[in-house]
Design a protein around this ligand. Structure first.
Ligand code: SMG
Ligand code: MG
Length: 368
């Protein structure tokens, strides 16, 4: 492909309600969008880095900086660039996977659009709609949580994930089970808030028949997760710890997880995400698609990924209105607990110009 340049566009969207996790409260989403322009087409990518380095070491200002300073110049200088070579060209620069993912996705979208091919088909999707779960934040009280969960179940979500932290774990899980019964597919996510010393507390979740406990321990404590897995019956799922297909393979070998949350931004792109799917599927490990409060751009790509055969658990691929009153694309809507996988070329969606302009804070054009 012949690269013309990249537009880096910052937008800010308010959330419909504050979203609290073990690492903080979010009331809005500050997103960096990448528009790749080639001789043949344009493509979009969404950088999922948050405003602060609390979920992972990346944060949105740093992602923009590393793109401008290192990643875009390297792509501009590359010979015979195509989307499948982006990861190799950017490999000398350590980390910054969310920034790399956004650039690769924008180029992949441009390439697929030029060829009229949908991302889902390119990745190997086998479904045209995917079952959707929803992630429910930590609340001030159990009654407030039960109201929120009731609302999501009424909307049709097929799986509920409760954010937990020390002091907000067994009680909310018990309350949700008591109120909504044993048939609700239920899981929890600690975002690294526990240590191995909390194993007995986490084992108190075992009677509630949860699908999984997501990332209870520090992201670097893969061995700790393997030890925890021997002390609790609920399957351990890794999120933050899995940064590549290689780290997934190692975690599986160590017995640190029975399930993996695949987030393309966290692992450097959709092509690496597919490799993780392949590694996990070969090892009999279930995968599901995580979420980072994406706009319609990132959500479209996640739905394509979630349609691969190994994605046997519902993802955090909720509808646009879970987070935003107004999305920048046509909204993704839940129907019968599912969302349709986009079928048009590339991501199959693009930002609506007036909506995009209304939420844009800065744009920068970098010619290649
Ligand atoms: O997009 O629905 C979504 C977010 C799902 O809980 C979610 N994501 O650790 O899995 C996770 C979190 C990371 C973002 S929390 C601000
Ligand atoms: Mg998580």
């Amino acid at each position: 492909m012949k690269l013309t340049g990249f537009e880096l566009r910052r937008i800010e969207l308010p959330l419909v309600a504050p979203f609290r996790t073990s690492f903080g409260v979010q009331t809005g989403r500050r997103v960096l969008l990448v528009r790749a322009v080639t001789a043949d087409a344009e493509g979009w990518g969404e950088c999922v880095a948050m405003a602060d380095p609390l979920y992972s070491p990346e944060y949105v200002d740093a992602a923009e900086d590393v793109m401008k300073r290192f990643l875009v110049p390297a792509l501009a200088a590359a010979d015979r660039l195509d989307a499948s070579r982006v990861a190799t060209v950017l490999a000398p620069f350590k980390g910054h996977r969310m920034a790399k993912c956004a650039l690769e996705t924008a180029l992949l979208d441009a390439e697929l659009r030029a060829e009229g091919r949908p991302l889902a088909r390119e990745l190997g999707a086998v479904r045209d709609r995917v079952p959707c779960g929803v992630s429910v934040g930590i609340m001030d009280s159990v009654p407030q949580l039960l109201d929120a969960v009731a609302g999501y179940l009424d909307q049709g979500y097929v799986r509920i994930k409760l954010k937990i932290e020390p002091g907000w774990d067994v009680e909310p899980v018990r309350a949700v089970r008591e109120r909504f019964g044993d048939d609700v597919a239920l899981q929890v996510d600690a975002n690294t808030a526990y240590t191995l010393a909390d194993a007995r507390q986490l084992a108190k979740l075992d009677p509630f028949d949860l699908l999984l406990i997501e990332q209870p321990l520090d992201e670097e404590d893969v061995l700790g997760h393997a030890e925890l897995a021997r002390l609790v019956d609920t399957p351990i799922c890794l999120d933050e710890s899995i940064t590549s297909a290689a780290t997934a393979a190692a975690a599986i070998r160590l017995g640190a997880c029975r399930v993996v949350n695949v987030k393309p931004g966290r692992v450097g792109g959709y092509l690496e995400a597919r490799r993780i799917h392949d590694v996990c599927t070969a090892a009999g490990i279930a995968v599901w698609c995580g979420g980072m409060l994406e706009t319609g751009i990132g959500r479209a790509a996640n739905l394509a990924l979630a349609a691969l055969p190994g994605f046997t658990l519902p993802g955090d691929t909720s509808a646009s209105d879970r987070y935003f009153h107004t999305d920048i694309t046509e909204p993704f809507v839940l129907a019968g607990g599912h969302i349709e996988v986009p079928s048009g070329p590339g991501l199959g969606v693009e930002p609506l110009a007036d909506r995009l302009d209304a939420v844009t804070t800065t744009t920068e054009w970098i010619a290649c």
